[in-house]
Design a protein around this ligand. Structure first.
Ligand code: SF4
Length: 383
């Protein structure tokens, strides 16, 4: 099947490359600046959109995600211009386009919330990370527990659809305190939680401290215990564990993320943004934009571009899809890749199926959630 023969649902990711302060654990393409060039950045994103307009033919807008960085620092009037531009650039849209913005509690005034809502944002993803002040200080966050809860209250009242990011595996973090955070988030009306382990990335402040032996991190056993505990607490509150790091109330899954995990096409806009677009069966291209914000503002442009063939499409489709509870539709994936998904990995697949690490149900290939702690090894075995 040629995916271009019919309308291709396409998501849009817009990267906002600035934050009020750089967190010591973060290796995202973001930095602190004294003055944010609100209008100039919106102009640059719209210029890039105009340059990419030719690839949008035959595509239908599926979702938009404003990520970063801290897009909640962006002037809502400029956000509105960008969102209007994106909607106009696509020949068609799905009925309800999910438009999510990432936000930090310290940049969520009532005016900002209202401005984002009026701009068209209909879902907010708030970087809470913890509801314990000592942990928030350790993480170098600019908000405290009270600000986080106030921000969530405002976000839920304004948007209804609110997700919160939480972090586990922090030094000294007790399982009890973690469970309490989860319960409080859910009581605040949050419908979706992304729970990530603290990881130490080279090139960050935490990376340097860790190298010097000055930062202790959770052991693998701690991580496993917190992972299991998280699932128990979330499921106890009626949330579905639908992706390794993501939990949702019924009907509240992140549509944008699901599209990505299904291997859907996405257009990336903004400094350091990544996009991946199919060009017919068995062929796609992926690009990464200029990472340096000043250069992107001045001239835009890409820093990397690669063509994906059947092998890469299969590999990515399996890697992303097997992270989800729904798993991968392997027939659809084979059609997209122009090659049978089993080819070259028959032995590994059969062995994992026999051991119960993989389950094939009709055309759905899944890793059962109780084996997700070993997911990386299971997936690595397929390549
Ligand atoms: S606010 Fe988020 S994107 Fe910005 S530095 Fe902190 S973790 Fe990174």
């Amino acid at each position: 099947m040629d995916p271009r023969a019919s309308v291709v649902d396409t998501s849009v990711y817009v990267h906002f490359p600035w934050c009020a302060r750089k967190c010591p654990y973060c290796d995202f393409a973001t930095r602190r600046v004294e003055v944010i060039p609100h209008r100039a950045y919106a102009d640059a994103v719209l210029r890039e959109l105009a340059e990419r307009r030719h690839v949008l033919e035959g595509r239908r807008l599926f979702s938009i995600f404003l990520g970063g960085g801290t897009p909640s620092l962006w002037d809502p009037a400029e956000v509105a211009r960008v969102l209007d531009g994106i909607r106009e650039a696509f020949p068609a849209s799905v009925d309800e386009v999910e438009i999510t913005a990432e936000a930090n509690p310290n940049s969520l005034s009532t005016a900002q919330l209202r401005g984002f809502r009026e701009a068209g944002v209909n879902r907010l993803s708030v970087g809470v990370q913890s509801l314990h002040d000592a942990q928030l200080r350790f993480l170098g966050r600019l908000h405290d527990r009270t600000q986080a809860l106030d921000a969530l209250e405002g976000a839920v009242a304004t948007f209804g659809r609110v997700s919160a990011d939480l972090m586990f595996g922090l030094p000294g973090q007790q399982a009890e305190a973690w469970s309490q955070d989860v319960s409080e988030l859910l009581s605040a009306g949050v419908e979706h939680v992304s729970a990530y382990a603290l990881t130490i990335e080279p090139g960050t402040q935490f990376g340097a401290l860790h190298r010097l032996g000055k930062l202790r991190v959770a052991t693998e056993e701690d991580y496993a215990a917190m992972f299991e505990r998280t699932r128990d607490v979330m499921e106890g509150h009626g949330l579905e564990h639908y992706e390794v790091s993501n939990y949702a109330r019924p009907g509240a899954r992140a549509r944008h993320n699901e599209h990505y995990w299904r291997g859907g096409d996405y257009l990336g806009l903004g400094a350091a943004a990544v996009g991946c677009l199919s060009e017919g069966s068995g062929r796609a291209f992926r690009y990464k934009n200029e990472v340096r914000d000043e250069r992107y503002l001045a001239a835009g442009g890409e820093s990397e571009r690669e063509t994906l063939g059947p092998d890469e499409i299969l590999r990515e489709g399996l890697m992303l899809g097997l992270r989800t509870g729904d798993g991968v539709d392997v027939e659809a994936l084979s059609a997209r890749a122009g090659q049978d998904w089993r080819r070259g990995r028959e032995k590994a697949v059969d062995a994992r199926l026999t051991r119960g690490d993989l389950v094939l149900d009709g055309s759905r290939l899944r890793v059962p959630p109780e084996r997700w702690l070993w997911l990386d090894g299971i997936v690595a075995d397929l390549f």
